[in-house]
Design a protein around this ligand. Structure first.
Ligand SMILES: CC(C)(COP(=O)(O)OP(=O)(O)OC[C@H]1O[C@@H](n2cnc3c(N)ncnc32)[C@H](O)[C@@H]1OP(=O)(O)O)[C@@H](O)C(=O)NCCC(=O)NCCS
Length: 175
């Protein structure tokens, strides 16, 4: 099994892996609104390949937090038959290292804290951030790639070049 950059030939298999894992409801999630009309960062899109087959995927999307550039991590998926073999961890470590090497400083995600905390993601770092829609705050996590990168960073997350996503209406946040 190897981790490589996602090239176009892998994309149909990546799309299927994500669709199978999250179903059509995924498009209603707040994080998908941030991906609307925005291309993922192809220089950070990784796939896990075994004998030519895509068995894992990780992508990142560019975002801004009140003008501060950051990355939205996800989706991360390991094919069902391959879970528990360290593929997700390898994708995470490779993706985060690559993002740091490119000069990125902040990564946010919405996902299972019991899984992502092993990669340094915390709820505490996301507590002053807002998403343009409902989010379960227990699953809203952030990580600094550079120590102190989140200092003074707060407010609404938007698509690149937008302070927020105004078309999405009033901001709501889980209690
Ligand atoms: C979450 C996911 C990407 C993990 O990939 P993986 O290749 O199985 O992960 P790894 O093999 O690196 O790690 C497995 C470990 O993570 C744990 N783990 C897996 N999913 C977890 C979760 N949702 N919460 C907490 N721990 C989790 C496993 O119990 C295992 O623990 P161990 O190391 O103590 O045995 C994979 O289960 C998956 O694709 N799930 C469906 C899609 C999904 O939910 N993705 C986003 C997660 S929010």
């Amino acid at each position: 099994m190897k981790i490589v950059l996602e090239t176009e030939s892998y994309t149909p298999a990546v799309d299927k892996l994500v669709a199978d894992a999250f179903g059509p409801d995924r498009f209603a999630k707040t994080v998908y609104r941030l991906r609307d009309s925005v291309e993922h960062d192809t220089s950070l899109a990784l796939v896990a390949i075994d004998k030519g087959e895509v068995v894992g995927t990780l992508r990142f999307w560019p975002i801004e937090i009140e003008g501060t550039p950051a990355l939205l991590l996800g989706p991360l998926v390991t094919a069902p038959n391959w879970q528990g073999k360290g593929i997700g961890s390898r994708l995470m470590h490779a993706g985060l290292a690559r993002a740091a090497a490119q000069g990125h400083r902040i990564v946010v995600l919405v996902g299972d804290e019991p899984y992502y905390r092993r990669f340094g993601f915390t709820r505490a770092l996301a507590r002053r951030l807002e998403l343009p829609g409902w989010v379960d705050t227990d699953r809203f996590l952030a990580r600094e790639l550079v120590s102190g990168a989140m200092t003074g960073v707060m407010g609404m997350i938007g698509r690149p070049g937008e302070a927020s996503v105004p078309a999405l209406g009033k901001v709501r946040r889980a209690a």
